[in-house]
Write a new protein. Structure first.
Length: 254
């Protein structure tokens, strides 16, 4: 059964596993896929032949890889969240103005998914990549969104996922997280206080629309020595709020 109680279709599930195997490997042959997934070679061949017919897989010699159709799908999905052209422009502008790392992410299935990233001139290197999924409780993006979600949905996410400690500063109890989210609501932005990466602090702000609710959030990340409370309050709050407003207005009328 699936997470919502409906019936699984094993063939579709196996196709998804093959797609994930191709994504992880960057390209594989039938034998490699069959061995890694414990499928028969004939079953793998049938799935791959179908995916080729649908334009989702390319065959080069004996090697199969995912096709560029996934780029088209990804672009269309990103624009369902917000006007992605505007999101990218604002993320790049914030990175240039602040010199730091800037992200835009959205919530999906109780996790943060990065949709856009830019690095400023003095930004620290981070391991985040477009499409990465991260916990919500330890990131400023996640906490900014949680603070704006309807109470029932926020509670579902908190209760469903383990609040694992990414660092020794991560909030790991539901009670403390709810207190932190209330603090976030009162000041209008979230803070990742070295909770995801030691030595890195982040400010995050939700991006919302009247008809769509919370579309996602913006964050600015940098070394703790530069990301002081004073800088967040006196400089970065205004900059991130302006960028969020630009995305909100343009997404509303796009």
């Amino acid at each position: 059964m699936t997470t919502d109680g409906s019936r699984k279709i094993e063939t579709v599930q196996n196709t998804c596993r093959i797609i994930n195997a191709l994504r992880d490997s960057g390209g594989s042959g039938i034998t490699e896929i069959a061995t890694s997934l414990d499928f028969s070679k004939s079953a793998v061949h049938g799935h791959l032949a179908t995916l080729r017919d649908e334009g989702l897989v390319i065959k080069n010699g004996h090697t199969y890889r995912l096709s560029l159709r996934f780029l088209q799908i990804a672009e269309e999905v990103k624009n369902q969240i917000a006007d992605y052209k505007i999101v990218k422009e604002e993320v790049n502008r914030l990175a240039q103005e602040t010199g730091e790392v800037v992200h835009f992410g959205t919530e999906e299935q109780g996790r943060i998914v990065y949709l856009s990233k830019a690095r400023g001139d003095v930004a620290v290197e981070t391991a985040s990549r477009i499409g990465n999924r991260m916990p919500m409780h330890s990131t400023s993006l996640g906490k900014a969104i949680l603070a704006e979600l309807p109470q029932e949905r926020c509670g579902e996410i908190i209760d469903r996922y383990e609040l694992s400690g990414k660092t020794d500063r991560t909030i790991t109890t539901p009670e403390r997280l709810r207190e932190n989210l209330e603090e976030t609501r009162q000041r209008s932005y979230a803070i990742d206080d070295e909770e995801n990466i030691r030595g890195v602090r982040c400010i995050g702000m939700a991006v919302s629309a009247p008809d769509a609710g919370v579309m996602g959030a913006l964050s600015i990340s940098g070394p703790s020595k530069r990301m002081t409370d004073e800088r967040m309050d006196e400089e970065l709050e205004d900059k991130i709020a302006q960028a969020a407003n630009v995305i909100e207005v343009n997404s509303r009328y796009s």
